[in-house]
Design a protein around this ligand. Structure first.
Ligand code: HEM
Length: 486
């Protein structure tokens, strides 16, 4: 009897949900999608490797499809023209972020990653201008180059002792040091046993984020997840406090000598001071932006470096070719600088290919439809979450020849004619990644300098698995390498 009752309740919920979801105003058509179950929506199809599951679903349901993350109606776009239509032509309706509980906990809607409206626009403008000026600031870019050299030295011990090493944590330390130097005039040693307290806090924040979505999707679980939230808040507070101290120090220095610009935070504060409405920006906004940069600008770049090295190990010919090209560009020195970047087209193509084949932001960061949005023959209903299928686009055989093959030459072919919306590792439209140039410089200098100094191989001579896993980003599985000093 009980089972029958349960069955009837589920059937009723299902029918109500089905009709509610099918009904859009003005006879607009909802993008198709798989069976939407009560409570869990279509999550039953996304349990393992969501980027692969979504790619497969898009083969079946098309380049615009509707999924349900529990109750959250989600439209996934896997077509370059539709991406342009939605995120560029109708950017007034598609620029806001879809904000769940964890995002709000991180940014309090007072940062850049997870804020909307005029607040986001004003802070983003200042940050984008600061990054623009960073490019022309020789002194600051020199620090990134120095850090890349220290990264290369960190591999030395492994090469001389013959020990294998997992390059991931060293790459992570490199990207963290770059941000720490840009914001806090601080850095940490590459000795993985001696970690800076801020790195420990950041690591714990990242671990909490990896489980964040489940907690966000099922508010009913919130009483069980208090510990998770307390842990996240406690570690975020450590990052905020550290940022506040640095902001105070930077402000004091600039008050005494406004022209002494030594890092990104100096640029950011002086852009604020010189803006039309400096009173709009306060310390809370500043320290939340600092923690954004730590969160969004470290794992992303270091994971891409790990992917690039993995593919260069699996393709030793490409590794040799990239090294020879770097060596020639560096005039025979074992140290490459950003000023030589235009002399290394093949290595640059390898970086692009790594960003294509394993985009760490495989589904970008969610946006929300702030109004009904037209997308080809469909309508994306107001309030829906919208995802860009960055990974699916990169694996689309109608766009790329042999998409699963790491082939840097595809970027060098003179007839390369892909839509720029087919390759969107940094997202697209008004919220495109603000740190993309810094990321590309880090990858160039970080991987370029280690390649110039060591030959890398897998431990057993076999190719390393490029399957990866979907955590806070699309990351490589941990892998060890052996290396020989040149
Ligand atoms: C390979 C490295 C990186 C990748 C693949 C990447 C990817 C992305 C993606 C996909 C987005 C969302 C874009 C959208 O909504 O359309 C994003 C946003 C963002 N990224 Fe990156 N990113 C990388 C490195 C960095 C770095 C180094 C920084 C800064 C130090 C950074 C800072 C940001 C910020 C602040 C946003 C939010 C922009 C906004 O909401 O207006 N990222 N990134």
């Amino acid at each position: 009897m009980l089972i029958l009752l349960l069955f009837v309740i589920i059937a009723i919920l299902f029918i109500v949900k089905y009709y509610k979801n099918k009904k859009l105003n003005n006879n607009n058509i909802e993008p198709p999608g798989p069976l939407n179950l009560p409570f869990i929506g279509t999550l039953y199809l996304l349990l393992k490797d969501p980027h692969l599951a979504i790619q497969n679903l898009s083969f079946k349901y098309g380049k615009v499809m509707t999924l349900f993350f529990a109750n959250v109606k989600t439209v996934v776009i896997s077509d370059p023209n539709y991406l342009k239509e939605v995120f560029v032509n109708q950017s007034d309706k598609s620029t806001d972020r879809f904000l769940m509980g964890t995002a709000k906990l991180i940014g309090h809607e007072k940062d850049i990653l997870f804020s909307n409206g005029d607040y986001w626009r004003n802070y983003r403008k200042i940050l984008a201008m600061s990054f623009q000026k960073l490019k022309d600031h020789q002194g600051i870019t020199k620090n990134v180059s120095e850090e890349a050299f220290k990264l290369s030295e960190a591999f030395d011990w492994y090469a001389t002792s013959g020990q294998v090493v997992n390059p991931g944590p060293l790459f992570k330390m490199f990207t963290l040091n770059v941000i720490m130097e840009l914001l806090y005039c601080d850095r940490s040693s590459y000795d993985l046993k001696e970690q800076h307290p801020i790195l420990m806090a950041l690591k714990l924040v990242e671990e909490s984020l990896a489980v964040g979505n489940v907690v966000d999707l099922f508010p009913i679980l919130s009483s069980f997840t208090k510990k998770y939230k307390d842990n996240l808040t406690q570690n975020l507070e450590a990052v905020w406090k550290y940022s506040q101290e640095s902001i105070h120090m930077h402000r004091e220095k600039l008050r005494k000598n406004p022209s002494k610009i030594d890092d990104l935070l100096d640029l950011f504060i002086s852009e604020i001071n010189n803006s039309a409405n400096p009173e709009f920006y306060n310390d809370e906004g500043l320290y939340r932006v600092c923690s954004d940069l730590l969160l969004s600008g470290t794992e992303t770049s270091s994971s891409t470096m790990s992917w690039l090295l993995l593919y260069l190990i699996n393709n030793p010919n490409f590794q040799d070719k990239a090294r020879s090209e770097l060596l020639e560009a560096a005039g025979g020195k074992r140290r490459i600088e950003l000023s030589e970047k235009n002399k290394t087209p093949f290595f640059n193509a390898c970086i692009k290919e790594a960003l294509r084949i394993r985009p760490v932001g495989a589904l970008s960061l969610p946006r929300i439809a702030s109004e009904d949005i037209s997308c080809g023959p469909y309508t994306i209903e107001k309030g829906s979450q919208i995802l860009m299928n960055v990974y699916g686009l990169a694996m689309d055989p109608t766009i790329w020849e042999e998409p699963e093959v790491f082939n840097p030459y595809r970027w060098l072919a003179s007839d390369m004619n892909q839509s720029s919306y087919a390759f969107i590792p940094f997202g697209c439209g008004a919220r495109i990644c603000v740190g993309s140039n810094l990321a590309k410089d880090e990858i160039f200098l970080g991987v370029g300098n280690v390649l110039l100094n060591y030959i890398f191989g897998s431990v057993d001579g076999n190719p390393i698995s490029d399957k990866g896993h979907f955590g806070i980003a699309l990351q490589t599985c941990d892998y060890n390498v052996k290396l020989t000093k040149i």
